[in-house]
Design a protein around this ligand. Structure first.
Ligand code: UDX
Ligand code: UDX
Length: 463
């Protein structure tokens, strides 16, 4: 069987870019990305490619090439499901905010809704692909729902987790370290479904980099890949505190251990803490699954990665308060960056949100500049924490689109995102227009210490 039509439910950070690349590399397959959010779909269809709903370097070019040829964005979910032989589920799976597993388990209600919608609409056999990161054994639930609600149609479920990192998504999709496809390896139909998806990726990915496993291995590999990466960040961040206490330099330590080929150099950058939609959610998921299975030591082991990350954010904020003579009430603290990392407009779980929250508790005025995040998004991120009223939040939180204006009159600057442009600012000019003594808290170890101190800044880095 050859796939001619693909439907992807969910036009987010994962569904949008990954389908754009599948369409680009497979001009003979019609790929339709659907979403309930009409505004989002309208933005994907905007003639001006600068208005795509997601900022990702290189995405505009790929969308420009494939859109209207074999890549379509639509809100007609039923129609697209009906005509597709393969359906990707790429909806969000946030941490539950209610009931059993509150604050830990993944909320699978959107995934289940997708499964029910597929079974209601389908009149021919379908391959359903989990693209969202899901707890182990979710495929079993999807299979169950599909088998018990549809009439005479058969479904094969595959797990095909996405390993792209935001900011480098197009490169990660173009030359992935590996593509992982989990399926029912023990049945003929399962093997055929796996082959259909392998063929799609084989259009551009070398066969040796396409890994096929059983479904559970694939689901668990995605969760644990993120847990291992996050663990490295928490490990180096734990050392940053030890470095500050001993006079060691965390960047030197990272370099020294990273040159050990068994350890490797990546993900050893000390920071104000990791953010993003995946790390925290996936680890909490792993913790929850382990707990449910009575594996308390396993659960506690991984939970510590999260606790360390919370600690790092708090430590960073408290250090600002302490350094500014234990009082920041009424002082102006300028934030450079709000996104959870550079080259994305995604702010989910960004450390900046939590740092701002702590500083506002101390009644500081926060003024933020980020090259890609909107003011509305910043306000809504803070409101989402539910720590005070929206009116109070907006009293303390200001934003600006000119970095020099945002930095003017500040008592301190906090660097929360490692955007390249921050390195090239006219720091002498910034210094001249700040309150003195002028403090910098570099949560990303981005700026040049000697340069900053030479100008006269009181410069504080991590570790
Ligand atoms: C993805 C994965 O789906 C998630 O599991 C992973 O852990 C992180 O990345 P992402 O693409 O970043 O999520 O999420 P988001 O940008 O929120 O996109 C999801 C889209 O699905 C939204 O546009 C939402 O409107 C849409 N959606 C959600 C539907 O179309 N139908 C639904 O029932 C629910
Ligand atoms: C991650 C995984 O890398 C990706 O494979 C998965 O599919 C989704 O989750 P993403 O969240 O986009 O991707 O970003 P990533 O580059 O992994 O960074 C996560 C966070 O860790 C960021 O806040 C980043 O700033 C931080 N980080 C990363 C550090 O603080 N130090 C490092 O050395 C590396």
């Amino acid at each position: 069987m050859k796939i001619k039509n693909i439907c992807c439910i969910g036009a987010g950070y994962v569904g949008g870019p990954s389908m754009a690349v599948i369409a680009q590399k497979n001009p003979n397959i019609k790929v339709t990305v659907v979403d309930l959010n009409e505004q989002r779909i309208a933005a994907w269809n905007d003639e001006n490619l600068n208005n795509l709903p997601i900022y990702e370097p290189g995405l505009d070019k790929v969308v420009g090439e494939a859109r209207g040829r074999n890549l379509f964005f639509s809100t007609e979910v039923d129609k697209s499901i009906a005509e597709a032989e393969m359906i990707f589920i790429s909806v969000n799976t946030p941490t539950k905010t209610y009931g059993t597993g509150k604050g830990m388990a993944a909320d699978l209600k959107y995934v289940e809704l997708c499964a029910r919608q597929i079974s209601r609409v389908a009149t021919s056999d379908k391959i359903v692909v989990e693209k969202s990161t899901l707890p182990v054994k979710t495929a079993e639930s999807i299979q169950n729902i599909l088998d018990n609600t549809s009439s005479g149609v058969s479904f094969e479920i595959l797990s095909n987790p996405e390993f792209l990192a935001e900011g480098t998504a197009m490169r990660d999709l173009d030359i992935p370290d590996r593509v992982l496809i989990g399926g029912n390896t023990s049945s003929k139909a399962g093997q055929a479904a796996i082959k259909c998806l392998v063929d799609i990726y084989a259009s551009w990915v070398p066969k040796k980099n396409i890994l096929t496993t059983n479904v559970w291995s694939s689901e668990l590999s995605k969760l644990t890949a993120n847990a291992f990466l996050a663990q490295r960040v928490s490990s180096i961040n734990s050392l940053s505190e030890l470095c500050e206490a001993t006079g060691a330099n965390v960047q030197e330590v990272a370099k020294a251990i990273g040159m050990d080929s068994r350890i490797g150099a990546k993900f050893l950058q000390a920071s104000v803490g990791f953010g993003g939609s995946c790390f925290q959610k996936d680890i909490l998921n792993l913790v929850y699954i382990s707990k449910s299975l009575g594996l308390n030591e396993v659960a506690n082991y991984w939970h510590q990665v999260i606790l360390m990350n919370n600690h790092q954010r708090e430590r960073f904020a408290k250090n600002i308060v302490k350094t500014l003579y234990n009082t920041i009430s009424g002082k102006n603290i300028a934030f450079l960056g709000w996104a959870f990392k550079k080259d994305t407009n995604d702010t989910r779980e960004s450390a900046a949100i939590y740092v701002a929250d702590i500083l506002i508790d101390e009644q500081a005025n926060i003024k933020i500049y980020d090259p890609k995040v909107t003011a509305i998004q910043m306000q809504s991120d803070l409101n989402y924490l539910n720590t005070r009223t929206e009116a109070e939040n907006s009293k303390y939180l200001q934003t600006g689109t000119d970095p020099y204006k945002v930095l003017e009159g500040a008592h301190a600057i906090a660097v929360l995102t490692e955007w390249d442009e921050f390195k090239n600012y006219d720091w002498q000019r910034v210094y001249n227009n700040m309150q003195k003594p002028a403090f910098v808290f570099d949560g990303r170890n981005l700026l040049d210490k000697d340069l900053m101190e030479g100008i006269g800044f009181n410069y504080n880095s991590i570790g």
